[in-house]
Design a protein around this ligand. Structure first.
Ligand code: GRF
Length: 194
């Protein structure tokens, strides 16, 4: 493929298993030949995902949160802009983004949520599903607007939770799906842009 690849900027705050899966998909999966991870940014200096990205040779940046929201987001934009990303991919990024950031990257930000965003928003989607004894959860990939998990849905994937005996098992089943589904939805979003 001679065309230049689409660039992804991945934002995370912790473990980074989705980021690692996306990186793998850019190498030999859903996103191979289509996209590359140009940058991984975290608001948490000790996020494990930063280490994983650096070890894989991906540029990383840290933009600490401790300051007013607008100043934080302006610095985030300044860290990201040199990489000219086509898509901003939130992967366990634990900050709500304001119009400063969302307005700058309007329609170009994706997020993954472990539940149906029409039924549950915010933290701990797997804990919520487990506590209610749900027989399934709907992993949701959506575009990001100024609200908390309110943006338009790009796609949803069903996870069977029947017989899951612990929160750890719920999470394990869900993450297995997330790691495949997010890259498929990133692909869909990138191709929809052309
Ligand atoms: C995932 O469950 C994702 O759906 C949610 O945060 C978690 C991040 O996990 N938004 P990881 O950092 O990608 O391992």
């Amino acid at each position: 493929m001679t065309e230049t690849k689409k660039k992804l900027a991945v934002l995370l705050s912790g473990r980074g298993s989705n980021m690692a899966a996306i990186l793998q998909h850019t190498r030999d999966g859903e996103l191979a030949g289509l996209a590359e991870v140009a940058l991984v940014v975290s608001n948490c200096p000790d996020a494990k995902g930063l280490e994983t990205a650096a070890a894989a040779g991906v540029p990383t940046a840290v933009v600490p949160t401790r300051r007013p929201r607008a100043a934080f987001e302006r610095e985030l934009i300044a860290a990201i802009e040199p990489y000219s990303p086509d898509l901003i991919v939130l992967a366990g990024f634990m900050r709500l983004l304001s119009p400063v950031f969302v307005g700058h990257y309007r329609h170009r930000i994706l997020n993954i949520h472990p539940a149906d965003t029409r039924s549950h928003q915010g933290l701990d989607g797997y804990g919520w599903a487990f506590a209610q004894g749900l027989s399934e959860t709907l992993i949701t990939v959506h575009r990001v607007d100024e609200g908390l998990d309110t943006g338009p849905i790009v796609g949803q994937a069903r996870v069977d939770l029947r017989g899951a005996a612990s929160l750890a098992e719920v999470e394990q089943r869900g993450l297995r799906v997330e790691h495949q589904f997010y890259s498929a939805m990133i692909r869909r979003a990138l191709l929809a842009e052309d």
